[in-house]
Write a protein that binds this ligand. Structure first.
Ligand SMILES: Cc1ncc(COP(=O)(O)O)c(C=O)c1O
Length: 395
């Protein structure tokens, strides 16, 4: 997810333009009105084929704004996968709602069969996460959600530029959120985006993310408000960076796809190795290449050999930020809030045992990945291929 690798003169130029203009605020202020954030929103919406895009301060705030825009709060449950970055469920807690964790399958994304089992009469949202640049089984999940009248929010933080059957990820559910943080496919340093076709939802999110300002054209500070809000506004410097990075996205994806396909060809020689299932390989943004070994021991040994040869992969079984079984703070109900909120509630204490998702835990212990870097040249790919060959010989 390497937007940072291609920060160059184009980004420098546009940042200078913003500074020359002297307006950093996206809405109106005495000097004039922001233009880069609105332009970025328009271009982003067009790039995914959504009616509306709302730029915010991070992928985390995009989730918070989307969940709140959907009306979630105390008493509600939200189904999330047990393999994701912690932000997906932190924001559920932050809304006062309760995350309910479901298994992932060989796509490394939500398992529709387990989603169905986890639905209760309190379920108010389902959040498939398109992990590592490729698709969750979002159509199946949406069909289940529709049958129960539950909205789907797609956490697309890691999958800008990816699609399913030609339709951009993030546009299947009620809304989709993106991250533009420092390590994402396109980056504004920090930043996020929410896309939707639903005008009323967009209006809720836009007003909530700006302290409730209703954005009627009556001058900043003279607008009305329908409800209380917060500040999750993106600033002009980020909007300008986003415009340039968005323009580079197709070329980034093309480059990652060609590197990924070379690596997959080499990996296919390892006996017993199987690849992560990708529902539509054509729409994979190819930010990662991920594979399974038959046992956790084999995965551990392969990771060791690759690391010895300068090509160490991510071993998801050990990862502490993305794997349910390693979220010790969640298991313990650790919080800075003295009352114990959000774990201690009037209706009782929430419990998240570490062994609650055996399918996810078992899969992650057999799973290894490389993050694909734009800067990997022939020499680097040759070195990685040699490392893979060492594994193939031993296995
Ligand atoms: C799946 C997922 N959701 C949400 C986020 C949060 O995005 P941000 O870092 O922009 O707050 C991330 C960031 O890594 C992520 O991977």
């Amino acid at each position: 997810m390497p937007g940072f690798e291609w920060l160059d003169k184009e980004e420098q130029k546009i940042v200078n333009e913003v500074m020359q203009r002297g307006i950093l605020f996206r809405y109106d202020m005495p000097l004039g009105v922001g233009k880069y954030v609105p332009e970025f929103e328009k271009a982003f919406a067009a790039s995914v084929g959504a009616r509306y895009a709302l730029a915010v301060t991070s992928g985390t705030s995009a989730l918070k704004v989307a969940l709140t825009g959907l009306g979630l709060g105390p008493g509600d449950e939200v189904i999330v996968p047990g393999f994701t970055f912690v932000a997906t469920w932190e924001t559920v807690f932050d809304c006062g709602a309760v995350p309910v964790f479901a298994e992932v399958d060989q796509t490394l994304c939500l398992d529709p069969a387990d989603v169905e089992k986890k639905i209760s009469e309190r379920t108010r949202c389902i959040v498939p996460v398109h992990m590592m640049g490729a698709q969750a089984r979002v159509k199946e999940i949406k069909a289940i959600a529709d049958r129960h009248g539950i909205p789907v929010l797609e956490d697309t933080a890691q999958a800008a530029g990816a699609s399913l059957e030609g339709k951009a990820l993030g546009t299947f559910g009620a809304c989709g959120t993106f991250s533009l943080d420092a390590v994402k496919t396109i980056t504004t340093g920090e930043g996020g985006m929410v896309v939707t076709d639903d005008e009323a939802l967009y209006q809720n999110m836009s007003e909530y993310s700006d302290h409730g300002h209703d954005h009627k054209p009556v001058g900043r500070g003279n607008e009305g408000r329908r409800f209380i809000g917060m500040n999750f506004r993106m600033m002009e410097l980020q909007g300008a960076l986003g415009l340039v990075q968005l323009g580079k996205l197709p070329a980034m994806v093309a480059r990652m796809r060609s590197i990924k396909s070379a690596l997959k060809e080499a990996l296919a020689r390892v006996p017993g190795l199987t690849f992560r299932q990708i529902p539509d390989p054509e729409g994979d943004s190819a930010t990662f290449v991920s594979w399974f070994l038959p046992t956790p021991e084999a995965a551990g040994r392969m990771a060791e050999i690759l690391a010895e040869h300068g090509a160490g992969p991510v071993a998801w079984g050990k990862n502490t930020w993305h794997a349910y079984h390693n979220w010790e703070h969640l298991h313990a109900g650790a919080t800075v809030v003295k009352s114990g909120w959000p774990f201690v509630r009037p209706e009782g204490r929430l419990s998240y045992p570490p062994d609650a998702l055996p399918q996810t835990t078992a899969l992650l212990h057999r799973c290894l990945s490389w993050q694909v870097m734009l800067g990997w040249d022939q020499a680097r790919l040759q070195k990685m291929t040699e490392a893979i060959n060492k594994v193939a010989v031993e296995f």
